[in-house]
Design a binder for this molecule. Structure first.
Ligand code: PEP
Ligand code: MG
Length: 579
């Protein structure tokens, strides 16, 4: 049994066998084969060894004069393994005795070799671990060849283990079969983590070497609460986790009873709790969890498995689906936030050196006017049927906001000419998720109907910390005084201009910050649906007076560590008094 510690980004527990995604994002299958094909499988193995050895020898011969002795050494090591009959025999034996597929047998044996190497006291040997992984990859590539499988065709429950996952990949998992996720990389507010939370799939990221330490088929536990990942747990641990799982389900069940009660403080102030969704079918769960509407619909996920660009009709139908669930309750549709880690099919290859500072979001839309207008027209058309609001992401300057609004005006004119109905009074707002927007909130407030603060990006850009990079995850802090200063400033600007303000970043669903946010004046919070009942419970235990006092004191500290430790203590005291 081995326990790894990472960052729990989606709570819950899953116990199941692991499926490993290789570097090219294909699954390394655990496939039991029939006794009758053992010989054929062993023949495939021999062939893969010989093809891989030929490939390495070819690489070694080409441009030999350019390489220094270290590189030659590496190729010699690879060839040594690929020509090692004992190693091949060991794998072939597993195929024969366990009826494992060749891919799976390669993975099991080479990971075992890697484990032994990594424990060696001789530095030369322990440094060879990465070579073993390379050899494994090379063999599997030859074995899989045309028989590659992706996760779209699962037929049994699994926990997906990978170096990293893209948000689109995560969103495409079949949640009936993918019970948990674990990755080497990632951060709490990376989009992958956000999607996992929305889908209620327990997930732990930033585990470092989970994809190297786990073999496909290992029994593993994902503990999204404590951020733990356990490989090959013993019987006692499994039993302990089964009991824990039952307690969690009971807790969720209890919280769900709050769903239909309002989020009202002990002194009678009602807080509006809205849902963040990526797909129209999440609207239903948002309603069931007690959401008062949708505060953020991340429409870029319409591109998820689109082999074609979504049409105006695709957009329109998706929005109608949400309206059907929420009737006249507010639904904020955010225009496409593509780019950075959220790629469309055809942009995947266009790599940028700094994608989060690159052609993403509103910038991408303003470069692709036809695409942008299709979406705007669809939002306007759908606005005739419900209480829609339109919101632009990642605004940094007034000109881009004006250009985007001008496109809306243009679409309105077109629709009028075509005699198509839309809500004449549709509200147009913007996300405040860059320091530029926060610092100029007074100016922006005159040009929009509402603000929604996207703390995920606001924190990333204010603190210069990549929200998806596990190496700097400890520096990513909503409690940083600079972040709180910006939140207060945006609040003041919104109040002065008398426009609505909400907060839709992950900070809204973190109980540590609920009292602070209420105390700073936020009365609308938007979050992943599964978090709504928990936040409702907390709000129902707080008084506004208490919140204001907490906020006053919190903003007086000058480090995020002091602030978060103060907030946690306060929240614990309040919640323990309540129970
Ligand atoms: C944010 O940045 O806080 C936000 C809500 O948008 P997203 O997480 O989709 O970038
Ligand atoms: Mg954002």
């Amino acid at each position: 049994m081995e326990i790894l510690k990472g960052i729990g980004v989606s709570s819950g527990v899953a116990i199941c066998s692991a499926v490993l995604l290789d570097a090219e994002e294909y699954r390394i299958p655990r496939r039991q084969i029939a006794a009758t094909v053992v010989r054929a499988e062993q023949q495939r193995l021999r062939q893969a060894f010989s093809q891989a050895a030929q490939e390495v020898a070819g690489l070694q011969n080409a441009q030999q004069e350019l390489w220094d002795s270290k590189i030659k050494d590496i190729f010699a090591v690879h060839l040594h393994f690929l020509r090692d009959r004992t190693l091949r025999r060991q794998i072939a034996d597993l195929i024969e005795q366990q009826h494992y597929s060749a891919e799976y047998a390669v993975s099991v044996v080479l990971r075992d070799v890697a484990k032994h190497f990594s424990q060696a006291s001789d530095a030369y040997i322990s440094e060879r671990v990465n070579d073993i992984y390379d050899i494994e990859k090379r063999l599997i590539r030859h074995l899989i060849g045309q028989r590659r499988e992706d996760l779209a065709h699962l037929s049994e429950p699994v926990i997906v283990v990978a170096h990293d996952l893209t948000p689109m990949q995560t969103a495409s998992f079949d949640k009936h079969y993918v019970l948990g996720l674990a990755t080497d990389a990632g951060g709490r507010t990376s989009h992958t983590a956000i999607v996992a939370r929305s889908l209620s799939i327990p997930a732990v990221v930033a585990l470092g070497q989970v994809s190297e330490k786990t073999a496909g088929g290992d029994t593993v536990i994902v503990d999204g609460h404590r951020g733990l990942f356990i490989i090959n747990p013993d019987e006692d641990t499994i039993n302990e986790y089964r009991a824990f799982e039952a307690t969690i389900l009971e807790h969720i069940h209890e919280l769900d009873e709050l769903a239909q009660q309002s989020a009202i403080t002990t002194d009678g102030v009602t807080i509006q709790l809205l849902g963040n969704i990526e797909f129209p079918d999440e609207a239903d769960i948002t309603l069931k969890k007690g959401g008062d509407g949708i505060g953020l619909y991340r429409t870029e996920f319409l591109y998820i498995d689109a082999d074609h660009e979504p049409t105006e009709e695709d957009h329109y139908q998706a929005y109608l689906q949400v309206i059907k669930i929420f009737g006249n309750s507010p639904i904020t549709i955010r225009t496409l936030d593509l780019g950075a880690d959220k790629f469309t099919q055809n942009r995947r290859s266009a790599r940028e050196p700094n994608p989060f500072l690159g052609l993403r979001s509103i910038r991408y839309c303003l470069r692709n006017i036809a695409m942008f207008k299709r979406q705007i027209r669809a939002i306007l058309r759908a606005s005739a049927h419900g209480n829609l609001k339109l919101m632009f992401p990642l605004i940094t300057n007034l000109l881009e906001l004006r250009q985007a609004k001008w496109l809306v005006a243009d679409a309105r004119e077109d629709l009028e000419e075509e005699g198509i109905h839309f809500d004449e009074n549709i509200q147009i707002g913007m996300m405040v998720e860059t320091p530029a927007a926060a610092l100029m909130a007074d100016e922006f407030a005159h040009e929009v109907d509402f603000f929604s603060i996207g703390t995920n990006d606001l924190i990333q850009y204010t603190l210069a910390v990549d929200r998806g990079n596990e190496e700097v995850a400890s520096l990513y802090s909503p409690a940083h005084p600079a972040v709180l200063t910006l939140l207060r400033q945006v609040m003041q600007s919104a109040r002065r201009a008398k426009i609505d303000l909400s907060l839709c970043g992950e900070m809204a669903s973190d109980v540590d910050y609920t009292a602070l946010l209420l105390g700073l004046g936020f009365t609308t919070l938007s979050m992943a649906a599964p978090m709504i009942p928990e936040i409702k419970r907390v709000i129902r235990a707080l008084s506004m007076e208490q919140c204001r006092q907490i906020a006053r004191k919190a903003v007086g500290f000058d480090t995020d560590k002091q602030i978060i430790s103060y907030l946690r203590t306060e929240m614990q005291n309040i919640l323990s008094d309540e129970t």
